[in-house]
Design a protein around this ligand. Structure first.
Ligand SMILES: [Zn+2]
Length: 222
């Protein structure tokens, strides 16, 4: 059995430099919250960081803090937003790649991949990684799913497009060697309590049983 790990999905950090889509603020964290997470990631080799959407904060806020801590992460920009206000530009993309970060694809334009016609499927799953690859100078063959949305057809299309790894937003623990990787999204109200709860899920069955038992006893005592 492969080792279990936790994949975290970061969207934006700090003050957004563009108008957010509806609901997007739910997944936007402050610099302080992000640094709280980094402190844990630095100490744990079973917690992996990924970044979706290609927000400018990837390069402006995340990159220097990752480099300072000698951490490697994966970035999944939207190819159609490269160079737009509030998003990473092609220099930023190259900077990420030069720093040893992996560049994957989040598609072209944040579409639900379950509802793509043939033309858009081509743009989202084939053109987007190709364009990102040309911009960053590396082969782009990993994907993260917009909205975490997928079905059997999406996964088949990704396999045909040559995806070597696909990140969902399903939550819970992932397994190192699997093609499909579950992730947990950072919420806007993340605090130390969220970090403790979320990152304790790989800390072993004994501890989880202990916590559940403690809660049960506490509840029964009321
Ligand atoms: Zn997204």
């Amino acid at each position: 059995m492969s080792a279990s790990l936790i994949n975290l999905a970061v969207h934006g950090i700090g003050r957004p430099a563009r108008a957010l889509d509806p609901g997007e603020e739910e997944r936007w964290v402050s610099v302080e919250q992000f640094e709280q997470v980094l402190d844990i990631v630095t100490e744990r080799d079973d917690v992996h960081l990924t970044f979706d959407d290609g927000n400018a904060s990837d390069v402006e806020i995340a990159l220097p803090r990752l480099v300072e801590r000698e951490l490697i992460a994966e970035f999944f920009p939207l190819a159609g937003r490269i160079g737009q206000r509030g998003s990473v530009d092609s220099d930023g993309l190259r900077e990420l790649a030069r720093a040893g970060m992996t560049i994957g694809s989040h598609g072209w334009d944040q579409r639900d991949w379950r509802r793509l016609d043939g033309r858009h499927a081509h743009q989202e799953l084939e053109v987007a990684p190709q364009v990102l690859g040309e911009l960053c100078g590396e082969l782009v063959e990993r994907f993260s799913l917009p909205f975490g949305a997928y079905d059997r057809r999406v996964l088949d299309r990704l396999k045909r497009a040559g995806a070597t790894r696909v990140y969902t937003s399903d939550g819970g623990v992932a397994h190192e060697e699997r093609w499909l990787q579950a992730r947990i999204e950072l919420p806007h109200d993340l605090d130390q309590c969220w970090i403790d709860d979320t990152l304790s899920i790989t800390a072993g069955l004994y501890r989880r049983v202990g916590r559940a038992a403690a809660r049960f006893v506490g509840f029964a005592g009321i």
